[in-house]
Design a protein around this ligand. Structure first.
Ligand SMILES: *Cc1c(COP(=O)(O)O)cnc(C)c1O
Length: 361
């Protein structure tokens, strides 16, 4: 899977779906001796023995009672760097290492930078991460600790991306948005959910959506399982955005095929504060293909969901709480017997300052 140094073209759905789905998924090919996402090595672009890995993935899928219904919540905050981004980072950096990359560059609003920096450190590869100047201190500390060179960009998330793209003329571009390897990693979310449900088909999946790296990967995984007759239908995919930054929701309700300019306001859900998602058209196509939708949540709903989860003993970051706020809204429409799956996407320890300010208010 080659990654041109300077790759910044959005994917077409047809391109993405042909990558590694030509082999029929066979349950007997799951390597159950491996207790990580690498158990699906038969369907990944690289063998487990060549992987740059911390033994990540196969996170618990916990049934929780919410609003009188049972919902399955995948514990993606339990990854080595504290967010599900490790799925993509593990596969992407494994490929970069095997392609002989000595140094990678990436841009991020936080967690993707933490993940790429950690896996680069594990691989012994140099790393530069470009972030917007106002990113959470905890995430900046984490990136720097791994030994990555941190470049703070004054300006928007989009200006940060432009600066990294320029740098990628010289270095391997380990972009979670553009590198196809990242989606090969995030697709394992779908494999794991189905295996942990004893290969039943979920009816509804509620996911966060900023750049859409999880939603796209998830669709890819379910598409592969459906094509291989492992599941019987495509689950309905519901994407959750913060109302203050909801370009995909705006396009979805107007039935646009592409993203138009969205006047974004700040949101506590910093991990999904993406005003112009580069794979926007692809995400809209996926949501429609799954007969799902994109919903929004207000800031106070995010804060209430964060408190609700903490009361149950789950310490998650505000971005994760946005998904749960969205789940709360969906549950009124979900049938009692439906299998509904969602996740905690990032750990609370990432956002100490924001959580303190919520508690002190
Ligand atoms: C990245 C991230 C998201 C959103 O994922 P996208 O790929 O941008 O859609 C949600 N929650 C957390 C904690 C994240 O780090």
């Amino acid at each position: 899977m080659s990654n041109p140094k300077h790759n910044s073209a959005p994917f077409l759905l047809s391109e993405l779906l042909t990558l590694f789905t030509e082999k029929t998924f066979d349950r007997k090919q799951v390597n159950t001796n491996i207790h990580s996402l690498w158990r699906y090595e038969a369907y990944l672009p690289i063998a487990a023995t060549d992987a740059v890995s911390f033994g990540e993935g196969f996170t618990p899928l916990l049934p929780l009672e919410m609003d009188g219904k049972t919902v399955f919540i995948k514990q993606e905050q339990l990854f080595p760097t504290g967010s599900y981004k490790d799925r993509g980072a593990s596969v992407l950096i494994s490929l970069a290492k095997n392609e002989g990359a000595l140094q990678v560059v990436q841009d991020s609003s936080g967690n993707a930078g933490c993940a790429i920096a950690a896996y680069a450190a594990r691989a012994g590869i140099g790393c530069e991460i470009y972030v917007p100047a106002e990113t959470s201190q905890a995430k900046l500390a984490q990136i720097r600790s791994y030994g990555a060179k941190l470049v703070l960009v004054e300006g928007t998330r989009e200006e940060t991306a432009a600066a990294a793209l320029k740098r990628s003329e010289k270095l391997y571009y380990a972009s979670h948005c553009y590198h196809p390897g990242f989606y090969q990693g995030t697709k394992t979310f779908a494999y794991e959910v189905c295996e942990q449900l004893n290969w039943q088909t979920p009816d509804t999946i509620v996911l966060p959506v900023g750049n859409g790296t999880l939603i796209i990967g998830c669709y890819l995984g379910f598409y592969h399982l459906l094509k291989s007759n492992i599941i019987t239908k495509m689950p309905k995919i519901i994407g959750v955005q913060a109302a203050n930054c909801a370009p995909l929701h705006h396009a979805f309700i107007h039935q646009y095929k592409t993203i138009s300019h969205f006047e974004a306001k700040p949101t506590i859900a910093e991990g999904i504060a993406i005003a112009s998602p580069v794979q926007g058209s692809l995400i809209l196509e996926i949501i429609n293909a799954s007969k799902g939708s994109i919903i929004t949540v207000e800031e106070h709903e995010i804060i209430n969901a964060l408190k609700q989860c903490a009361k149950m003993g789950f310490y998650i970051e505000p971005t994760s709480a946005a998904t749960i706020a969205g789940l709360n809204k969906c549950l009124t429409k979900v049938h009692r017997d439906d299998i509904c799956v969602s996740l905690f996407s990032g750990h609370g320890l990432k956002s100490t300052e924001k959580i303190l300010s919520i508690l002190n208010n």
